[in-house]
Write a protein that binds this ligand. Structure first.
Ligand code: PLP
Length: 359
């Protein structure tokens, strides 16, 4: 199968040196060397999450980490507020409901960012809320959430946790969980980390760990205490995804060498370059406050799903379709991972030709 340039929202293009890590022979994990590797990884994860809290690693995709956040933080019948501005905000609500949590949704118009004021009002209405769930970058629309302002409000509620999905926003947009009062942040390997899918990450504050002690939803595989206690000794409770862990180790060392700011800046510059090109072609970006690396494009007078198909079949470039009622109205372009200006130019050129062909 001919390789297609991945300009989707994950999985992403990965540099050769990182890919090679996965081809190395497997290692046994209960050794001193492996412990040393994990200790380095856990320290470096704190750096990329910009937190002093422990960050644990699950052999799961991002949704696994989301579910772990819910089941460790809350008990059934407790109340949660879920900010729903698209697929992933909605998912917080779905997970909560699955676990019989009283869920109030704060619905946000698609493409818009939530207003901190609305969170303030809902919390005033439901002061017994145990957790507010938000999404840094709502990948379905590319809208960025002002986590800092929402965090300021939640800080007034000592019995409420702030839980943030930064699966697509970590490493691309500023995120300062400790300063902003975020108790739990979840992410995953297949977007800005530019690694294959399969690792979920979760940072957890001491306040969240206090909540976890009382949770009646804590399950066996995702029990946070098992992960946090094992992390202290440089281990994981269960068999780690050995090849992915090697790749993670290398990625984190590379980010540290480049510097977090520079890593993010590279993504930001590429995003701006892509968006300038789209605007020049007369295309409209959906999000009012767009996050870096996720660009959702509105198509009014042509079928977005045909664009995706032609880009794939004729130009060997994968861009992301949208689901449901948006299938023909919206496509999304990602510039996560090893995407260069040259790749972006190629994508823009193919896009122009595709749209000319359709119109
Ligand atoms: N949250 C956000 C914001 C995402 O973009 C994604 C994946 O696209 C997820 C959660 C779910 O992650 P996964 O598909 O790894 O389970």
């Amino acid at each position: 199968m001919k390789h297609k340039l991945l300009m989707v929202l994950g999985p992403v293009e990965i540099e050769k040196d990182i890919l090679k890590e996965a081809a190395k022979p497997q290692e046994y994990m209960r050794t001193e060397d492996y412990t040393e590797k994990w200790l380095r990884i856990f320290e470096n994860l704190k750096y990329v999450f910009q937190t002093r809290n422990p960050v644990v690693v699950f052999a799961s995709s991002g949704t696994g980490a989301m579910e772990a956040a819910v089941t460790n933080a809350l008990s059934s019948s407790e109340r949660a507020i879920c900010i729903n501005g698209g697929t992933f905000g909605k998912r917080w609500g779905e997970i909560c409901k699955k676990h019989s949590i009283e869920t109030t949704e704060l619905t946000v118009e698609f493409g818009k960012s939530p207003k901190a004021e609305d969170v303030r009002n809902l919390l005033a209405q439901y002061p017994d809320t145990k957790a507010v769930f938000a999404t840094l970058n709502e990948t379905s629309s590319g809208a960025l959430t002002d986590i800092k302002s929402i965090g300021e409000i939640i800080k007034n509620y000592p019995d409420t946790l702030f839980i943030v999905d930064c699966v697509s926003g970590l490493l691309t947009d500023e995120f300062l969980p400790d300063e902003w009062g975020v108790d739990i942040a979840v992410s995953a390997s297949q977007k800005a980390f530019a690694l294959p899918p399969g690792l979920g990450f979760m940072s957890v504050s001491s306040k969240a760990l206090e909540f976890a002690k009382k949770s009646d939803l804590r399950n066996f595989y995702f029990d946070i205490f098992d992960y946090v206690n094992n992390a202290k000794r440089g281990q994981t409770p269960f068999t780690p995804a050995v090849s992915l862990v090697n790749q993670l180790d290398k990625r984190l060392e590379k980010i540290k060498k480049e510097g977090l700011e520079n890593y993010r800046l590279r993504y930001k510059k590429n995003t701006e370059f892509l968006r300038e090109g789209l605007k020049k072609s007369g295309l409209k970006i959906l999000a009012e406050h767009p996050a870096n690396c996720t660009t959702a494009v509105m198509t009014n007078d042509f079928d977005a799903s045909r664009v995706v198909k032609i880009m794939r079949e004729k130009y060997n470039i994968e861009i992301a379709p949208s689901g449901g009622g948006l299938k023909t109205k919206l496509f999304r372009i990602g510039n996560y991972g090893n995407i260069t200006e040259k790749d972006i130019k190629k994508c823009l050129k193919a896009l122009t030709k595709t749209i000319e062909e359709i119109k």
